[in-house]
Design a protein around this ligand. Structure first.
Ligand SMILES: [Zn+2]
Length: 163
């Protein structure tokens, strides 16, 4: 009786670990695609803000990733920029952000930014908007990690009139 329930517990634990690993490998796969000129299909439907659920029992803190609207840059005249951040105190965190521009029906990668830190980190990406007065679609995609938490994707798109 006891060994049966122990076996059942082991099976349940195994299933939980398998599904966690599956979720992580799915989340960890896409960056290579993001760096190509291919459409970043993996982040389709990703929200602007996403929670990073804990993979073990952590209490008393909430973790999230967030990608802001792409917008005309103040620091780099003529550029569009996007920011993305990961917030997860007290853990080690990373963020990667990709900025895309819609060109002739496909998403062109303009820039990539990365950063890491403890508790909170932010990264920016920026690139040429286009001729002044023209209007284009831009998309930022963020990938967020924190120790002990499941990684998450976020994204945010905006139509920008170039300055
Ligand atoms: Zn935690």
């Amino acid at each position: 009786m006891r060994s049966t329930s122990r076996r059942a517990a082991a099976l349940i634990a195994g299933a939980a670990i398998t599904s966690t690993l599956l979720a992580q490998s799915v989340a960890a796969g896409p960056p290579r695609d993001e760096q190509s000129t291919a459409r970043p299909a993996i982040a389709v439907g990703a929200p602007k803000v996403a929670g990073l659920p804990s993979t073990t029992r952590h209490a008393g803190h909430t973790c999230f990733g967030q990608t802001d609207n792409p917008h005309n840059s103040r620091h780099f005249p003529g550029d569009v920029s996007v920011s993305s951040r990961t917030v997860c105190p007290p853990h080690a965190v990373t963020v990667t952000v990709w900025l895309y521009k819609r060109v002739n029906g496909s998403w062109r990668l303009l820039d990539t930014g990365r950063n890491s830190g403890v508790g909170r980190t932010q990264a920016n990406a920026h690139g040429r908007c286009g001729r002044r007065g023209t209007t284009h679609r831009f998309r930022g995609i963020g990938y967020h990690t924190a120790t002990g938490h499941v990684p998450a994707w976020t994204r945010n798109a905006r139509t920008v009139t170039c300055r």
